[in-house]
Design a binder for this molecule. Structure first.
Ligand code: ATP
Ligand code: MG
Length: 344
């Protein structure tokens, strides 16, 4: 049977957090292990330049750390192609070609971009503004959704496992794929679909979306102490002042939703009962949650330490080669469709 292609990536802007893990990465591992798809997973270094082009000193280190998070979480270079975006120049070529057929206002309607434009006009109000300290909307940032479309379509992928914030981007990708096929009278590109997990938006310790730019995250690589510290800082039920006040798991902002993610049903029921009858205080509740989380990430954290930098680089080099060949073959077809000459 013909397997569908699946593509997704992460920006190397720092080590990955459990939002990345629960929202995306664990799904990648499941999809990979289902053997139903040709899986392509990449480190999106060009994408990190859209907001951090002046601060590239950590870029190479971050590429290694993100890849380490990938393999520690269970991505297997024997089963998935793991590569770096900038090692595949065909992605940039397709970006250019797709930019010719994409109406400007499709890029401008992108919600992330709208947030950025608003933030630039009104001061530091959004995640993007915190990330973009340069105070300008660059041509590259405007082209972000088209570059992302090229990431997907260079590999003719029809499935894109991402977090919820990415769904609007994939919609633009679908529109661009359809437009290309219509203009050139072909059905070369599939219209890609987003695949979400049960936790498409993981909350950070402050109750907002977990993000490395908000300092509300818990890294996959965090030690036990660091995890405990971050769990202790989670906001709970703002109406519960003393332990003797009965709590409400409905109002509990972060720890209870986390129990629902990490603990079994019986444990969740117990937390609810004990919280609402004021038997369990937030302090002990958080301590127990940190233990459950540390337990869950123990193996991944040990595995993280088992790869040295050279091993990680080799995984990327091998993945780059495989990805490059696929990309070259597909771009040859694209040039033919557009009636550009294949010079090489
Ligand atoms: P951060 O939000 O921490 O700055 P990022 O947005 O820079 O991370 P990306 O590389 O843009 O990270 O996103 C990688 C993937 O992780 C995307 O599919 C995104 O939807 C997903 N993701 C990021 N944060 C979360 C979260 N809190 N919950 C669920 N998915 C998330
Ligand atoms: Mg993002």
């Amino acid at each position: 049977m013909h397997k569908k292609n699946l593509v997704s990536g992460m920006r190397p802007t720092g080590e990955l957090h459990i939002g990345h893990y629960l929202g995306v990465l664990r799904n990648w591992v499941e999809l990979q292990n289902s053997s139903k798809y040709n899986c392509f997973f990449f480190v999106a270094d060009w994408h990190s330049l859209t907001t951090k082009y002046e601060r590239t000193e950590d870029l190479q280190k971050n590429i290694i750390e993100v890849t380490r998070d990938f393999v520690a979480s269970g991505l297997d270079p024997q089963k998935s192609t793991i590569y770096v975006q900038s090692a595949i120049p065909e992605i940039a070529e397709l970006h250019l070609l797709l930019s010719m057929v994409t109406p400007n206002n499709w890029a401008e309607r992108d919600p992330t971009l709208k947030d950025l434009v608003r933030a630039l006009a009104h001061g530091k109000t959004s995640e993007q503004d915190v990330q973009n300290e340069n105070g300008i909307l660059s041509y590259g940032m405007l082209g972000y959704p088209i570059l992302q479309t090229s990431d997907i379509l260079t590999f003719r992928a029809s499935l894109v496992p991402v977090g919820k914030d990415q769904v609007a981007h994939i919609e633009i990708s679908r529109d661009i794929a359809r437009r290309f096929n219509n203009i050139f009278g072909c059905d070369f590109f599939p219209e890609p679909k987003a695949l979400l997990t049960e936790t498409p938006t993981v909350k950070g310790t402050d109750g907002g979306k977990m993000s490395k730019s908000f300092n509300n995250d818990i890294k996959i690589s965090a030690g036990e102490e660091e995890t405990l510290k971050q769990v202790k800082s989670m906001i709970t039920d703002s109406q519960r002042i003393k332990k003797s006040d009965p709590g409400s798991t409905e109002r509990c902002e972060v720890p209870f939703p986390y129990y629902k993610i990490f603990a079994d049903n019986q444990q969740v029921e117990r937390v609810k009962r004990e919280c609402e009858s004021a038997v369990r205080g937030c302090f002990d509740c958080k301590k127990q949650l940190a233990e459950i989380m540390n337990d869950r990430f123990k193996e991944i954290r040990i595995r993280r330490k088992s790869f040295n930098d050279d091993e990680i680089l080799n995984i990327l080099k091998e993945g780059n080669e495989i990805a490059r060949i696929k990309a070259q073959n597909n771009l040859k077809e694209v040039r033919k469709i557009i009636k550009l000459h294949n010079w090489n």
